[in-house]
Design a binder for this molecule. Structure first.
Ligand code: FES
Ligand code: FES
Length: 223
């Protein structure tokens, strides 16, 4: 490639920018340039998480692929040379396949107006790419940069409780009961993936299948 070319991938598609604008931010590039309007503009200054995408890079020293969530409203596209960007459109859609992260959020009533939802999905997606069976502490930490003005957060956390490696529930850890709704606990399997409410049934959830996710573009590992 030529040294003045900016090369990165978005949802598995290679992008080559020969005249990248130094001040262009990823959020406007995705929404206006690529028509990927799943990524939302809330505050525009890094405070709400509505614009979250996942950035993946290859570290040639450790020979590991690193995934992290990022506020696209703060990220100049010129910082993305050699990176792979995943937006909510790359995670799943009603046109192709709804991802379990999206399905569980919807079925557990974790989305109302839906404006924060793509950012919530992307923060959770980045967490699961790094930690397929996260703890509840990791789940709540992963979502702490995402604001929601509608749900009060409880249904969102309940949705994603089902991805936790260990059954955990409020202060009653290990009892498979919840202090909020002891009548409504679903003991859905022997593994103990108990949920806090009657609003959704974990037996209906699609299983998480990491083999269906985008792989990191091999070309970027050679750059
Ligand atoms: Fe609010 Fe980017 S739009 S953090
Ligand atoms: Fe409306 Fe979160 S569902 S902002």
């Amino acid at each position: 490639w030529q040294s003045d070319e900016l090369i990165f991938f978005v949802n598995g598609k290679k992008i080559i920018e020969k005249h990248a604008e130094p001040e262009e931010l990823l959020l406007s590039y995705l929404r206006k340039g690529l028509c990927l309007t799943g990524v939302k503009k809330g505050c525009g200054i890094g405070g709400c998480g509505a614009c979250t995408v996942m950035i993946s890079t290859y570290d040639p020293v450790s020979k590991k692929i690193l995934h992290y969530p990022a506020n696209s409203c703060l990220l100049p596209i010129c910082s993305l040379h050699g990176a792979a960007v995943t937006t909510v459109e790359g995670v799943g859609s009603t046109k192709t396949r709804i991802h379990p992260i999206q399905e569980r959020l919807a079925k557990c009533h974790g989305s109302q107006c839906g404006f924060c939802t793509p950012g919530m999905v992307m923060s959770m997606y980045a967490l699961l790419r790094n930690h397929p069976e996260p703890s509840m502490e990791q789940i709540t930490a992963a979502l702490d940069g995402n604001l929601c003005r509608c749900t009060g957060y409880r249904p969102i956390i309940d949705s994603y409780k089902s991805f936790a490696g260990e059954p955990t529930c409020c202060q009653l850890r290990g009892t498979r009961q919840c202090c909020l709704d002891q009548e409504g606990v679903h003991a859905s399997s022997d593994k103990g993936d108990g949920m806090c409410s009657n609003l959704c049934n974990p037996k209906e959830f699609q299983p998480m299948d990491p083999s269906q996710e985008f792989i990191f573009p091999p070309e970027l590992m050679r750059m």
